[in-house]
Design a protein around this ligand. Structure first.
Ligand code: HEC
Ligand code: HEC
Ligand code: HEC
Ligand code: HEC
Ligand code: HEC
Ligand code: HEC
Ligand code: HEC
Ligand code: HEC
Ligand code: HEC
Ligand code: HEC
Length: 292
């Protein structure tokens, strides 16, 4: 008897394991789908045809859009259009992406599918400024720019951030104007401002390209590991060598170090003074004073 019970419950547990496995598989399968298209998808071309009766030009142009190929239909973005159609075009009941007051409410339609990339949008500086997604993106027709941007990425940010853009004209700078990189290499416009995130600015952004500066080193310079690259560099550009914050390296170092050995006072304010000896200033595997 006990044996039988044992084997039955074992059978059950096998079934359970299989069931749980199947459920986990399905959950996992859907969870990893990148940007999911809603159930409206099943409506397919009907979801377009009903609008094409009156908007044939728009519907035709839509065929060239990235969203068409994905099975997105008009109401995914424009909302319930029953009343709009019944009343031959009343626009109060549909989502138009036009009013400044409704910008964020309208954009929530986009977030339904774009949670993965833009899920934190509402707490980003642009979301907080009540910008709709359409401030930077455009949807209909064949959009020539990558990522359905309204204007080329290079010009887009400078329309509002002229001051920052101007910093990229300084002597020492990243070659943004030449297209070596753009603002989005360091900023995600859809995410909260780095300074407002836990832990502040993440220097991982810089390490994507400057991998050698990140260590880990046997002897870390805490200025790098704790405060990050910004402690010494101006990422947008600076008049100083290597985009440093100060004109002389000595001034930079002494802004944090008051305790250098007294014989150090003989080093005049020549631009390279300290790093001529403390050569591995970003961290070292050989010397705790970064002398080699
Ligand atoms: C019976 C005709 C008719 C049908 C069907 C129709 N519309 Fe319209 N729609 C109109 C008219 C007319 C206007 C222009 C209204 C205006 O500008 O005041 C309009 C305007 C719009 C606008 C733009 C509003 C603006 O701000 O300029 C959108 C978006 C829109 N329709 C979406 C849709 C969608 C999505 C569907 C299908 C679900 C649809 N329409 C079906 C007649 C129709
Ligand atoms: C992926 C979201 C999305 C889908 C799908 C979509 N639209 Fe739009 N539509 C927009 C946005 C956003 C705007 C505002 C203009 C812009 O920035 O492109 C807009 C603008 C419009 C306008 C105003 C015309 C104009 O040029 O200002 C009409 C009409 C319209 N859509 C109808 C449709 C119809 C019909 C369909 C289906 C064939 C459709 N839309 C599918 C997002 C979408
Ligand atoms: C301030 C301008 C701006 C606003 C506002 C904005 N975007 Fe973007 N978006 C961009 C730029 C620039 C890129 C290209 C980023 C890059 O090159 O990595 C982009 C890329 C994207 C991508 C492609 C990203 C990828 O990694 O595949 C999606 C999807 C997207 N945006 C959706 C949205 C949605 C949805 C909204 C509104 C909730 C929105 N964006 C608001 C500027 C903006
Ligand atoms: C029904 C789901 C759905 C809706 C609603 C939707 N999108 Fe998309 N969109 C997608 C999918 C899926 C892709 C292709 C995958 C990708 O590139 O992220 C895409 C692609 C994009 C891209 C191009 C990404 C690239 O790298 O080229 C942008 C930008 C974008 N959508 C913005 C928007 C905006 C803005 C809205 C609202 C007006 C919107 N989407 C509404 C599903 C949707
Ligand atoms: C339509 C105008 C507009 C456009 C286009 C725009 N921004 Fe902004 N941006 C703003 C506003 C407004 C704020 C919030 C106020 C501020 O901090 O200046 C902001 C804030 C920011 C911040 C955070 C500033 C902080 O204090 O930490 C960054 C980073 C940023 N934008 C980068 C970009 C990038 C990169 C682009 C281009 C892809 C871009 N913006 C395009 C208007 C814009
Ligand atoms: C090499 C990386 C890098 C590039 C490229 C870059 N930024 Fe920044 N940006 C930063 C860092 C780092 C900060 C400081 C972040 C912090 O303090 O949290 C910053 C801060 C900002 C701020 C807020 C502080 C300020 O100076 O007003 C804005 C706005 C901004 N960047 C916009 C832009 C725009 C627009 C572009 C393109 C023209 C751009 N950034 C290109 C790295 C970069
Ligand atoms: C997308 C790649 C990329 C990212 C991200 C990046 N850089 Fe750079 N950086 C470069 C390139 C390439 C150069 C060489 C100069 C040039 O061509 O612009 C450079 C040059 C520099 C220089 C000057 C070197 C010299 O010899 O004068 C400093 C300092 C610097 N970067 C710091 C940073 C900091 C700090 C960050 C993060 C806020 C950062 N970089 C993010 C690619 C990048
Ligand atoms: C304690 C201050 C300090 C911090 C923090 C710092 N740097 Fe530097 N960095 C310097 C100094 C000083 C130089 C100039 C070295 C020289 O003159 O040889 C320099 C030079 C550079 C250079 C150009 C020369 C080279 O060695 O390639 C790059 C690139 C660079 N730093 C990137 C970074 C990055 C990325 C970070 C963050 C991970 C960072 N720095 C953090 C002080 C600092
Ligand atoms: C943003 C602040 C900051 C800047 C700028 C800075 N450091 Fe440091 N440095 C630190 C901190 C924090 C430590 C860890 C030990 C401490 O508390 O003094 C450290 C450690 C050191 C050490 C190891 C010896 C010791 O005191 O533990 C040397 C050597 C050193 N720094 C040299 C320099 C030089 C040279 C410069 C200029 C290129 C510089 N530092 C710029 C913050 C800074
Ligand atoms: C000629 C080479 C040389 C130059 C140039 C130099 N240092 Fe040093 N530094 C050393 C040596 C060697 C030591 C360790 C010996 C000692 O403690 O007397 C040291 C020690 C230090 C220490 C660690 C003190 C401790 O023990 O905690 C700091 C901080 C420091 N230097 C900062 C600087 C700064 C800032 C500059 C530029 C103004 C600078 N150094 C220029 C060679 C140099």
């Amino acid at each position: 008897m006990p044996e039988k019970i044992f084997s039955t419950s074992k059978k059950w547990s096998v079934i359970h394991v299989l069931l749980i496995g199947a459920v986990l598989f399905l959950v996992g399968f859907f969870a990893i789908q990148p940007e999911t298209v809603s159930a409206e998808k099943s409506k397919g071309d009907d979801g377009i045809a009903q609008c094409a009766q009156c908007h044939d030009d728009v519907a035709a142009a839509f065929a060239g859009n990235a969203h068409k190929g994905l099975g997105a239909v008009c109401t995914d973005c424009h909302g319930n259009a029953e009343k709009h159609m019944a009343e031959g075009g009343a626009i109060e009941t549909i989502v138009t992406y036009k009013g400044k007051e409704t910008a964020l409410k309208d954009s929530a339609k986009c977030l339904v599918c774009h949670k993965n990339t833009t899920g934190e949008y509402m707490s980003s500086p642009h979301g907080k400024s009540s910008f709709a997604c359409t401030e930077c993106h455009t949807i209909h027709g064949k959009v020539p720019e990558k990522h359905l941007l309204k204007v080329p990425a290079k010009k887009l940010c400078s329309t509002c951030h002229q001051d920052v853009y101007a910093q990229f004209n300084m002597n020492e700078r990243h070659r943004l104007q030449e297209g070596i990189l753009d603002c989005s290499n360091c900023h995600d416009v859809h995410a909260p401002a780095t300074r407002e995130r836990l832990g502040g600015f993440k220097q991982e952004t810089c390490l994507k390209c400057h991998i050698d500066k990140g260590g880990p080193f046997m002897y870390e310079h805490e200025a790098v590991t704790i405060e990050g690259c910004n402690a010494c560099h101006e990422p947008h550009g600076s008049p100083n060598r290597h985009m440093l914050k100060n004109q002389t390296v000595g001034d930079l170092c002494f802004s944090c170090h008051t305790g250098a050995p007294s014989w150090h006072s003989r080093f005049s304010a020549t631009p390279t003074n300290c790093v001529s000896c403390h050569t591995s200033i970003h961290g070292s595997n050989l010397d705790k004073l970064f002398l080699k």
